[in-house]
Ligand binder design. Structure first.
Ligand code: GLA
Length: 731
């Protein structure tokens, strides 16, 4: 049993295979004290832990000094205005302007499985997978109830949290913050891990020592963003890939977020995550309910690598859905970097024919096929085929491509509207716009008001028509600018603070509709590359375009950061042209394929312009993808060496769950004068199994490969690489 209540001790416990989480009811009023989270332990009666932070804590608060009590109490879901001066999870404003909220225990429920969150993406699991504790707490003065949900997974060190806030009082309330989770702890000499970046350089790993005050990452761009990722982890300062404790949070949400770690007096740490409060305000009428998105909490006592593998397993098994969840993803050729807007049917078919000859499985037609779009200045919103470029339309094109034995896929950018479009001329109010302001363009476009049902219906009807008009088996859903001028013609003044969240809910609703109406569709999300690579999007699309940066060497770092939490099976990775369109670097064709191989593999260049030698390599690359792609997709991932750390070489490895095969993707980036051969200790093998190396034919035990190491092949020159396979030898 993973969740239980010890009535005598007044303690709730959640157990996962390697962790325990304890919540205690404190004082006769029933404050929710956070007692413990960490390695699995048998005890329930650990209330003494509350003293660690608040040195003078006694189980009953001193009626004469209620402030000091709340000031230090490690707690589960902090309110505001009554003595807890750290970050609040819930901030409420009454009609009269009072801003205070304090929540105490009312009741609880424990049940198998995990309920879905209405309108929101979330991890899922049946009764055999997980158990849920639902704690109901209340502020009696406000007449406000919060249902705090904690789901512990049976086989993974994961606890998922969310909160549902209900106004049971007689007057309207305004939520000015409604975060999803809080974790109060004592300091363990923590570093904060984050993923930051910008366009074409997404998810760079950041590691900083946590000091006094608040360390926050957030997005107010309306999307999770390329700049910051809705992820934060506290890792012991000495933690490495393979050892040390790590506490991580990741937000299953695709809009504005806040992730913050705070060190307050007494060296207490509070980590919180949720919707970013500054751009948020939600009017809760009597009877109204607000559901927060979900936070995934991962605990690892096996270092950063342990955290990574837990996230990967959770997302592959309990977040990604649909027919492609466990299926190999088709290798593809995308025409964007091959042609940009300059194409016609013949050019596309030239590329498709070359792709088919090489064995590529799908052709994706990117931006520029609709309206009068010959550059990025027009036509978003007018989703009708440009027959001048594509005579016979998508039906003809897709039939030709299907006849070559390939699937056909298509690009859309459904959340956008070009001022130069028929849609905008007919419905200027469909765009987010502040009355009196002309509205800021980004990439020449405005953002549609996705909070409005009529706007969504209008765009969806167009998408539906196109997708029904031809055999389109894949959609790339793009989103190419952040939200500004955030106001809706359809919302009252005092509800405009709801718009950011309503926008995200609108996107989710539309993607859900798409999957329901086209259940076999393979959806790939994208936002100027990886600007919305988050767990929320993964609930709808099993893969996401990782970055517009397709240079193989820059990609090493981007993919390393992405794979810190997201499975390799979710990362779109394509072999692109050289010199690179991003940074003009040239790398060998073979190396570009090696870097892309662990992800959702494809090509994004004009295949007709390859040299005969390059063209001849493609069938072998596809063969590697077919033969070993499943190990990357379903196996355990180990980060063995990081080019961004050592400046010389990069190595990742995937080991199949049964440990019979391991694939090492080694990239020799920079040659350095070395007298000795590099010896790389492997990880994750079975010490007792004998494995043969595809590189040398040598057979050694897993123990030898792990504790002795594998001699990396010596390479002369830069930007080279090798795929080395270790296969179990029958004995
Ligand atoms: C974004 C995407 C690219 C491509 C272009 C098309 O930048 O990330 O892959 O689809 O839009 O305009």
């Amino acid at each position: 049993m993973s969740v239980s209540y010890n009535e005598k001790e007044r303690v709730f416990r959640l157990d996962t295979p390697g962790s325990t989480y304890l919540i205690g009811l404190v004082d006769e009023e029933g404050f929710l004290g956070h007692i413990y989270y960490g390695r699995r332990i048998p005890d329930d009666n650990m209330q003494y832990m509350l003293r660690v932070c608040s040195g003078n804590y006694v189980p009953f608060r001193d009626k004469g000094d209620q402030v000091s009590f709340l000031c230090d109490l490690p707690t589960e879901y902090p309110g505001c205005g009554l003595g807890d001066f750290r970050e609040s999870c819930l901030r409420v404003e009454t009609k009269s302007g009072a801003r205070a909220c304090g929540l105490t225990y009312v009741s609880h429920r424990i049940f198998g499985g995990k309920p879905a969150l209405p309108g929101l993406p979330a991890t899922y699991g049946g009764e055999q997978d997980c158990e849920t504790l639902e704690l109901t707490v209340r502020d009696a003065v406000l007449g406000l109830t919060a249902r705090l949900s904690y789901t512990a997974f049976e086989k993974l060190d994961v606890i998922c949290r969310s909160a549902q806030i209900e106004n049971n009082g007689g007057e309207s309330l305004k939520l000015t913050a409604a975060l999803s989770a809080c974790l109060d702890m004592d300091n363990r000499d923590f570093d904060v891990l984050t993923l930051h970046g910008n366009w074409a350089y997404e998810r760079m790993i950041g590691r900083e020592k946590l000091g006094w005050g608040k360390y926050r990452v957030s997005s107010n761009r309306g999307i999770s963003s390329a700049q910051e990722q809705p992820f934060m982890a506290l890792a012991e300062h000495t933690a490495t890939q393979s050892q040390g404790q790590v506490y991580a949070m990741n937000f299953v949400y695709s809009g504005n977020f806040l992730a913050q770690a705070e060190m307050s007096q007494q060296e207490q740490i509070r980590m919180v995550m949720g919707i970013e409060p500054e751009s948020f305000g939600w009017r809760l009428a009597p009877g109204g309910v607000f559901q927060t998105p979900e936070v995934v909490m991962v605990y690892s006592s096996r270092g950063i690598g342990g955290m990574t593998r837990t996230f990967h397993d959770l997302y592959r098994r309990h977040l990604v859905r649909g027919p492609y969840k466990d299926r190999p993803r088709p290798s593809l050729i995308n025409n964007w970097e091959a042609t940009y807007f300059d194409f016609d049917t013949e050019k596309l078919l030239d590329i498709a024919r070359t792709a088919a000859e090489s064995g590529i499985e799908m052709m994706v037609l990117d931006d520029g096929w609709f309206g009068r779009r010959s550059n990025d200045r027009s036509s978003l919103g007018d989703w009708t085929v440009n027959e001048e470029k594509l005579p016979g339309g998508l039906k003809y094109l897709s039939e030709q491509i299907n006849a070559l034995g390939m699937k056909f896929g298509l690009w859309f950018e459904p959340e956008m509207i070009s001022p130069d479009s028929d849609l905008y001329r007919a419905h200027p109010d469909y765009a987010l716009q502040i009355p009196g302001r002309s509205g800021s363009l980004g990439r020449w476009q405005k953002v549609l008001d996705m909070s409005r049902q009529d706007v969504r219906d209008c765009v969806y009807a167009q998408l539906h028509k196109i997708l029904s008009s031809a055999n389109i088996e894949y959609v790339k859903w793009d989103m190419n600018r952040p939200l500004t001028d955030v106001a809706s013609f359809a919302l009252d003044g005092d509800r405009q603070g709801e718009l950011h969240h309503r926008y995200v809910l609108g996107v989710y609703e539309m993607q859900e509709r798409l999957l329901r109406d086209f259940p076999n569709l393979l959806l790939e999300n994208c936002a100027s590359g990886g600007g919305r690579f988050d767990p929320g999007m993964l609930y709808y699309s099993p893969q996401i375009w990782t970055s517009d940066n397709t240079d193989a060497i820059d990609r090493l770092r981007i993919q390393e950061g992405t794979a810190l939490i997201y499975p390799l099976s979710t990362m779109g990775a394509h072999v692109a042209a050289c010199p690179s369109h991003t940074n003009s670097r040239s790398t060998p064709f073979a190396t570009r394929a090696l870097v892309s191989l662990p992800g959702c593999f494809g090509y994004e260049l004009d295949l007709t312009r390859l040299t005969p030698e390059e063209k001849a390599m493609i069938p072998g690359q596809l063969e590697d993808y077919r033969k070993y792609g499943w190990v990357f997709r379903t196996g355990d991932y180990y980060r063995l060496a990081s080019y961004s750390e050592n400046g010389e070489y990069d190595a990742l490895m995937a080991v199949s769950k049964d440990k019979r095969i391991a694939v090492l993707d080694y990239i020799h980036v920079m040659s350095r004068e070395r007298r000795k051969t590099l010896c790389l200790p492997l990880e994750g093998l079975d010490g007792a199994i004998l494995y043969r190396s595809s590189e040398t034919g040598e057979v050694h035990s897993g123990a030898a490969w792990m504790y002795g190491g594998l001699m990396l092949p010596k390479m002369k020159g830069d930007f080279l690489g090798k795929l080395i396979v270790l296969e179990a030898v029958e004995t």
